[in-house]
Ligand binder design. Structure first.
Ligand SMILES: Cc1cc2nc3c(=O)[nH]c(=O)nc-3n(C[C@H](O)[C@H](O)[C@H](O)COP(=O)(O)OP(=O)(O)OC[C@H]3O[C@@H](n4cnc5c(N)ncnc54)[C@H](O)[C@@H]3O)c2cc1C
Length: 429
């Protein structure tokens, strides 16, 4: 089948959207539900292929970009953004982690990950949601093949031959969106996943995570600290402008109590867990609390449906992996779809979509198991496990090859790196 085969061709301009009418039709190759970082990365990655793409986002563009969260962004995610040509917009506004330091409570042995371990310019990056979203929204606004439907409500979806037809209500029109494939990038509560009845395995941890942004008295020196306490991991990540993001995990009741503390007591508790490396710490944002869970879908694809990002999986925030896995999902799915499109294959067929599932589901299992193992081994006081993890830290700090292996896993450089990531690896910071 060739790219011009009528059944799976791209829509012609006359089939595409006219927004003037309140009732209108939009025919595309791929409709992405959810315009968060993962959905927009997929749209940006598909935009160069010639495919017509719709992004259906529930919030306004400004609201979708306004989430107050900063991420530990892996080298491979950075490489994918470089491969997309977005580094000039992102690079100047993020922070390089020049050192990542792991430790176990008060145990003196620390493990340090350095850029020299991998021969890179940073170990990780610290990036804010708004910075990544602004770059991605800019990219898709400049792409004539991407239609961005914001403040959109996804109504009924039904299959019609090789198409999936969705009723989408926006403030301007009721749009009938026809596509060969719908992608669920709509986050962990994914409506599309629920409607498709895709099951999952997983569990809620008996922990929640408290976040806040701090301004330290002394420079953070681009160092990220992950300190494991029996109550849960505690991370301080450097951000641009000499600020730091705290990700503080604790059992639910304790997290709730922490959240309710007056500021001075909150800061005193925080310093007990962190120390005084950066002098006096000032709180810049009110703390927020998030539940923590592990979830992996039984399948990532069905005919005419693929799941990416948190719609497909979610993990404990330890090690900063969730978004990074989703960005690799998006780059991998774009690569699979682009190749299929060039060969004139049916983008919604399970034969095509399983190439993506086989690639990403297993790799995500490895990361989910790794973060789960870390949490279980470190979040307890059982003596044999304390001895085991301290021995593990000792081995990790002493054996450079093992440290490099762990770092390659955490930075997304183990496993099959998407082509966009390999392209970005060759580009400078
Ligand atoms: C406290 C905390 C810290 C974290 N830190 C890190 C980190 O350091 N590094 C890391 O890699 N990960 C981190 N994560 C995980 C990361 O936040 C998620 O993995 C990531 O945001 C998932 O992105 P997504 O685009 O798949 O989903 P989301 O960010 O949830 O985006 C989903 C989008 O879909 C839209 N949407 C939802 N439903 C619909 C619908 N029905 N119709 C249309 N649109 C819809 C939403 O409005 C949203 O824009 C952290 C998570 C938490 C809670």
């Amino acid at each position: 089948m060739t790219a011009t085969t009528p059944q799976f061709r791209s829509p012609t301009p006359s089939e595409q959207l006219s927004f003037s009418a309140p009732q209108t039709e939009l025919t595309v190759d791929v409709a992405i539900v959810g315009g968060g970082i993962v959905g927009l990365t997929l749209a940006a990655a598909l935009s160069a292929s010639g495919m017509q793409v719709a992004v259906i986002e529930a919030q306004t563009a400004a609201a979708a970009a306004s989430r107050q969260r900063a991420y530990a962004l892996s080298l491979t995610s950075g490489d994918i953004f470089k491969g997309l040509g977005l580094w000039p917009q992102i690079g100047p506004h993020i922070c390089h982690f020049d050192k990542v330091q792991l430790s176990d409570g008060d145990y003196g042995r620390v493990v340090q990950f350095l850029p020299t371990d991998l021969g890179t310019e940073a170990v990780y990056y610290g990036a804010e949601h708004g910075v990544l979203m602004a770059a991605l929204q800019g990219a898709i606004a400049a792409a004539p093949t991407v239609h961005y439907l914001c403040s959109a409500t996804l109504g009924e979806t039904r299959e019609q031959g090789n198409w999936v037809v969705a009723a989408v209500t926006t403030p301007e029109a009721v749009v009938t969106v026809r596509s060969h494939l719908m992608v669920a990038a709509d986050g962990k509560g994914s409506l599309l996943r629920q409607r498709a009845g895709i099951g999952n395995v997983g569990w809620r941890y008996r922990q929640s995570c408290v976040t806040t942004v701090l301004e330290p008295e002394h420079s953070h020196q681009n160092t990220a600290y992950e300190r494991f306490w029996p109550s849960g991991p505690f991370a301080i990540l450097p951000l641009p402008g000499q600020r730091c993001q705290v990700v503080w995990t604790a059992p639910h009741a304790e997290a709730e109590a922490i959240l309710a503390l007056p500021e001075a007591e909150f800061m005193a508790e925080l310093e007990r867990r962190y120390g005084h490396h950066m002098g006096q710490l000032k709180r810049l944002t009110a703390p927020a609390m998030f539940p923590v869970q592990l979830m992996q879908c039984d399948r990532y694809v069905l005919p005419r449906l693929a799941l990416v990002g948190d719609a497909a999986h979610s993990c404990h925030p330890v090690g900063g992996q969730g978004l990074n896995m989703g960005i690799r999902d998006a780059a991998a799915l774009a690569e699979v779809l682009t190749a299929a499109y060039q060969r004139g294959e049916n983008l919604g067929s399970v034969t095509v979509l399983r190439r993506y599932e086989r690639w990403r589901r297993l790799e995500n299992w490895v990361i989910l198991s790794f973060t789960d193992g870390l949490t279980r081994i470190f979040s307890n006081r059982v003596l044999p496990l304390v001895a085991l993890r301290r021995g593990g830290l000792w081995v990790l700090s002493s054996l450079a090859p093992l440290r490099r292996l762990a770092l390659r896993l955490m930075t997304g450089r183990l496993g099959r790196v998407p082509q966009l990531g390999r392209l970005g690896q060759q580009m400078p910071d």
